[in-house]
Design a protein around this ligand. Structure first.
Ligand code: ADP
Ligand code: MG
Length: 488
């Protein structure tokens, strides 16, 4: 099967498409705050005009492998916890100011016993499609604060609206794509369902657990808050569960603890699940380190279910991702995995090298200097803007103390096919080569003590695209945009 080419519209038709797209987006919440915003003013989120082609086989594999990845990480933080903790203790030494502090809170929070063994994962596994093999290759597995589940549903609905109303057709206002070629991600409702699962099990399986609420920990002045709000509103509409937003800095002022349970001070609403959309990078704590770190500790040791717990958050480290590409380690974590599933998991990996004293590490150091154009160097950081690409790698390493190299991993670059889609950012339409990254959401509720899995679900997808010329793909950071899938 061949993908449809992108619609070829006249200037007038593109103008009509643009205004319809903008007004639909504003009406339905496909929006973001601009920099330095007033709370009453929003912009259309940066998006593509058209959906970008994704082979159906790749999309199916990515969806199919998600529950296996969920299970892999569950097993890591529960059944192989001591192994994980050992590695994290080493990472903490490389990065005392962030990983170290999180690790310290983890240790302090379990010192007097664990009040809540249940843990909620809302994950997103990101892939690019390698143009040579035409297979999905994992960029990163995210275990904390995964974003764009909200806007992804919205762009799917928008493109379906535009398609059904003929704005993609340049002759007769027919549908340019068949409906099944542009499916809509159910991530808004399915991520909300993950939170509802947490709320339900917190209440020891009482069916109508509508009195407890979800605490959403957010960044101050969050420009992407509508993406989060869509999930909060779905949680309320579909499950009757309310939510309360707080910044890391305000936790100690707004939240109170009694007998391990935590409550919103003002209303005494009991909190069942703490949902982090902040706290994944050092900047989040720097506003007021004493207060933010203490706030994180207060929540971590409480009886509320954390999404994610510190251990689950840290299991998303790049170093752990590197270790998990090893077949023996996977087989140890998932001993019952059948051959087909094992092959499927393994087929999603490109080579990731350690940069330590091991033989592999030494080989990697050589590669980093001899053919840096094929690699990206990654530190233990989340949230974009931290990686070192291609020819920048040798100088970067030269300026880094040898003792610090072990904190980095060297990853083979994936080269996806480029497409000439159009990106709309404010009033401007860009027509450049783009590359896309497919993210698959998954939710899982499990016991960190026993590894018992209560739920393990797929939760929709996300396509993000960026100019081929830019290394990074952050949407809020201004590098990329939210895209939509055209299956072929
Ligand atoms: P972060 O935690 O900052 O999101 P990522 O590992 O996701 O770190 O890298 C950020 C971006 O860099 C990705 O979204 C992708 O665009 C690009 N990137 C990362 N790894 C690779 C790779 N192996 N091949 C090609 N591009 C990559
Ligand atoms: Mg990423």
């Amino acid at each position: 099967m061949l993908a449809n080419p992108f619609p070829d519209l006249s200037n007038e038709q593109e103008d009509a498409l643009k205004i319809n797209l903008q007004q639909w987006a504003l009406t339905n919440g496909l929006v973001m705050y601009p920099p330095n915003f007033e709370p009453c003013q929003v912009n259309v989120a940066p998006i593509t005009l058209f959906p970008t082609p994704i082979p159906r086989s790749c999309f199916d594999s990515a969806n199919k492998v998600q529950k296996l990845f969920n299970e892999l990480y569950v097993s890591l933080v529960s059944k192989e916890k001591s192994w994980l903790v050992g590695i994290l203790a080493e990472l903490a030494q490389f990065d005392p100011e962030f990983t170290g502090k999180l690790f310290e809170i983890y240790q302090k929070s379990i010192a007097d016993g664990v009040l809540q063994p249940l843990s909620l994962g809302i994950f997103r596994s990101d892939y690019m499609i390698d143009s040579k093999s035409n297979e999905i290759k994992q960029i990163e597995f995210n275990t904390v604060s995964v974003s764009f589940g909200g806007l992804s549903t919205k762009i799917g609905q928008l493109h379906n609206f535009l398609n059904a109303n003929g704005f993609f057709d340049n002759k007769y206002n027919f549908k340019y794509y068949k409906d099944e070629e542009i499916p809509v991600s159910k991530s808004v409702d399915q991520i909300a369902e993950g939170l509802a699962d947490g709320n339900y099990h917190y209440n020891e399986d009482k069916k109508y657990a509508q009195n407890t609420i979800v605490l959403v920990v957010v960044q101050p002045n969050e420009r992407n808050c509508f993406d989060q709000r869509l999930i909060e509103y779905s949680l309320f509409e579909n499950h009757g569960v309310r939510s309360f937003r707080v910044t890391l800095e305000n936790i100690v002022d707004k939240i109170t603890e009694n007998d391990g349970k935590i409550y919103v001070k003002e209303t005494m609403d009991e909190i069942s699940v703490v949902y982090y959309r902040s706290g994944y990078g050092p900047d989040d704590y720097e506003v007021n380190p004493a207060k933010t770190w203490h706030g994180r500790f207060l929540l971590e040791k409480s009886k509320a279910i954390k999404c994610p717990s510190i251990l689950t958050q840290l299991s998303g480290s790049k170093k752990i991702q590197q270790l998990l590409t090893n077949e023996q380690i996977i087989s140890k974590l998932l001993p019952k995995l059948n051959k087909t599933d094992l092959q499927l998991l393994l087929s999603t990996f490109v080579k990731i090298w350690p940069l330590d004293d091991s033989e592999e590490g030494k080989l990697a150091a050589k590669l980093a200097f001899e053919e840096p154009q094929n690699y990206v160097l990654k530190p233990q950081r989340e949230g974009g803007g931290n990686n070192i690409y291609k020819l920048d790698i040798p100088d970067f390493l030269k300026n880094l103390k040898k003792e610090e190299w072990g904190a980095y991993v060297l990853m083979e670059l994936i080269t996806p096919q480029t497409y000439k889609n159009k990106i709309i950012r404010n009033e401007e339409i860009f027509n450049e080569d783009i590359i896309s990254e497919l993210g698959i959401f998954g939710t899982t509720l499990f016991s960190e003590e026993t590894g018992d899995i209560k739920t393990n679900k797929n939760a929709g997808w996300l396509l993000r695209s960026k100019f081929e010329t830019s290394n990074e793909g952050g949407v809020a950071a201004g590098f990329g945009c939210v895209d939509n899938i055209h299956l072929y």
